[in-house]
Ligand binder design. Structure first.
Ligand code: A2H
Length: 256
């Protein structure tokens, strides 16, 4: 475990439609005109162009927390506490974390949320068992073009939708090429997953290797091929995309 500060970009994915189960739980608990966001934490803000789903863990308990008069975040208790210390919850009494409701990840699967920068304006919330409760916000953006973990989970869910208790229509199989590389093409995650013969999200050792390689190649050799900073090297564009997301109020800084 690194002792350095991890600087995440927390993406504000506004809830468009709650799953039926979440609707039942939320009934009467939150003002109808509230803006509620699922807030995945990412280390790769430049990949948000390729977001196709949002992952939550069915095994984690989340909360919806008041951020301001009008805005609410769906994150883990732990992340909400960190956010409060970082001054992210504004217009509230200092240090007071206001949890409006508790929900299990399984309650919100099948909801839809906005996906800032992505060509798919709106994406489904789907399950990922390997999400850690003690990292980030417990919510993860799925970018199967560039993240081997996301790609492997996407394939798993599309093959075993019934087993996971989801509708296969919620799993996006679209791969959006967003970063080009000299030797691995423009869909590095599927390329590595196939090359390394990774057949399941449980193939953790090879996935860790693929993740490391995808991260290095993407960062040091990748060029963005979509969006405002298209044509720029990922290492130059990364912070520009991040700042652009923050300026448009689609993301916030989050550290731990
Ligand atoms: B990354 P680090 Cl395209 N549990 O975002 C498991 N994984 C989590 C998590 C949690 N609680 N919170 C965040 N993550 C994921 C994009 C991405 C990411 C790409 C490629 C690699 C990559 C899209 N998913 O991460 O352990 C999030 O996925 C590889 C490092 O704090 C986040 O960034 O270093 C990353 O892991 C944070 O991992």
């Amino acid at each position: 475990e690194s002792v350095r500060t991890q600087e995440y970009t927390a993406i504000k994915c506004k809830v468009k439609q709650w799953s039926e189960q979440a609707q039942r739980i939320l009934e009467g608990k939150i003002p109808a005109d509230a803006n509620i966001y699922m807030v995945p934490a990412t280390l790769r803000p430049e990949t948000m162009y390729g977001q196709t789903n949002v992952f939550v863990s069915p095994a984690i308990t989340y909360g919806i927390f008041r951020v301001s008069e009008t805005d609410f975040f769906f994150v883990t208790n732990r992340a909400a506490r960190n956010m409060a210390f970082q001054g992210i919850f504004t217009g509230l009494d200092w240090g007071i974390v206001q949890r409006v409701v508790e929900l299990s990840g399984s309650d919100v699967i099948g909801s839809t949320v906005s996906a800032p920068l992505s060509r798919q304006g709106e994406v489904y919330v789907i399950p990922m068992d390997t999400i850690s409760e003690t990292k980030g916000t417990g919510v993860v953006t799925s970018v199967p073009s560039d993240s081997p973990d996301d790609y492997a989970m996407t394939i798993e869910l599309s093959k075993k939708a019934d087993f996971y208790g989801i509708s296969s229509e919620w799993v996006s199989l679209e791969l959006l090429p967003i970063i080009d590389t000299p030797n691995h093409g423009n869909l590095i995650a599927p390329t590595l997953v196939k090359q390394m013969k990774i057949n399941s999200p449980k193939d953790t050792q090879r996935l860790a290797e693929a993740k490391e390689q995808a991260y290095k190649v993407g960062f040091y050799q990748g060029t963005l091929i979509v969006g405002e900073f298209s044509g720029m090297l990922v290492q130059d564009a990364k912070n520009l995309v991040r700042q652009s997301l923050i300026d448009s109020h689609d993301a916030i800084e989050y550290c731990e």
